[in-house]
Design a protein around this ligand. Structure first.
Ligand SMILES: [Zn+2]
Length: 284
């Protein structure tokens, strides 16, 4: 949808009115883009931690990678707090988490060169300078000019409760999507970096409520890849989360995979990943 057709009316005047809701809301939801059917597109996924991308979407990402899409993962934090091991340090954990994420992505077809770390400390994203943070992510969007941005769902009708880092990443990414298309936001990026505004055509939000989900990707064919990718985050599960070890006892690994498979979202007899896909940014 072009900028022209999206903004034929003065949005500021219409915002909040029943007319604007009736006019705009159904368009983005009527026929969600079939994100798993894309070929040769650029996909930019923003994740607060190096594993949310795996848990939400590894199946979908594996399918997209097989179809020749150019997938980039942007990770807000280095995940340097999530261990109960009293011997663990933040510096060591950050190194472990980086290696685990690289392996998790490799397994589903995303090379480590496509992983971009913003390097905020775990749990501290909310205390970053909000203007700097949205500017940084706006620049990333204008640089990659993605066909699809994937991000945590901030909520379709209300601000969802998320844990720290997740709520900041959700709202910040949304704000950056908005800023990226307007040339008067962060014009320094246009003047100094040669970037141009970019109107993200499709957003695919993950960690959605059942009420908000409007698109489900069948991952039956790649569920084993997803489980292997999830298991690459060794340090985030028992027993390594309590006493770090870099590998699995076979019995522990099977127990993990069995538990994950049992908790997988199912729809019409298939294992799926749920999204809220929107082809229209909510300007209200
Ligand atoms: Zn997380």
């Amino acid at each position: 949808m072009t900028l022209q057709s999206r903004f034929s009316f003065p949005l500021a005047c219409l915002a909040g009115t029943l007319f604007s809701i009736a006019l705009f809301a159904p368009v983005g939801y009527a026929q969600p883009v079939q994100i798993d059917k894309l070929l040769g597109k650029t996909i930019l996924l923003f994740t607060p931690h190096p594993d949310d991308d795996t848990f939400c979407c590894a199946g979908t990402l594996a399918l997209l990678a097989k179809r020749g899409n150019n997938i980039h993962i942007v990770i807000y934090t280095n995940d340097d707090k999530g261990s109960y091991d009293p011997e663990m340090t933040s510096e060591r954990l950050a190194r472990i988490r980086k290696a685990e994420e690289e392996e998790a992505c490799r397994l589903i077809g995303i090379p480590k060169e496509n992983i971009h770390w913003l390097q905020f400390h775990d749990g501290m994203l909310e205390y970053a300078n909000p203007k700097d943070l949205v500017e940084e992510v706006t620049k990333i969007i204008r640089t990659f000019r993605p066909d699809v941005v994937m991000s945590i769902d901030p909520g379709s009708e209300y601000v969802r409760w998320h844990k720290t880092d997740h709520r900041m990443a959700a709202n910040n990414t949304l704000d950056a999507i908005r800023a990226a298309e307007w040339h008067l936001y962060f014009p320094n990026q246009i003047l100094h970096d040669g970037l141009r505004p970019w109107n993200v055509p499709t957003e695919a939000y993950f960690y959605v409520t059942p009420k908000d989900a409007n698109y489900w990707v069948n991952i039956d064919d790649v569920v084993d890849l997803k489980l292997a990718s999830a298991a690459a985050h060794v340090s985030q599960f028992d027993p390594a989360i309590r006493k770090y070890r870099p590998d699995w006892e076979p019995a522990d690994l099977e127990k993990l995979k069995g538990g994950l498979r049992a908790r997988a979202v199912k729809r019409d007899g298939h294992i799926v990943e749920a999204f809220r896909v929107s082809g229209q940014f909510n300007q209200q």
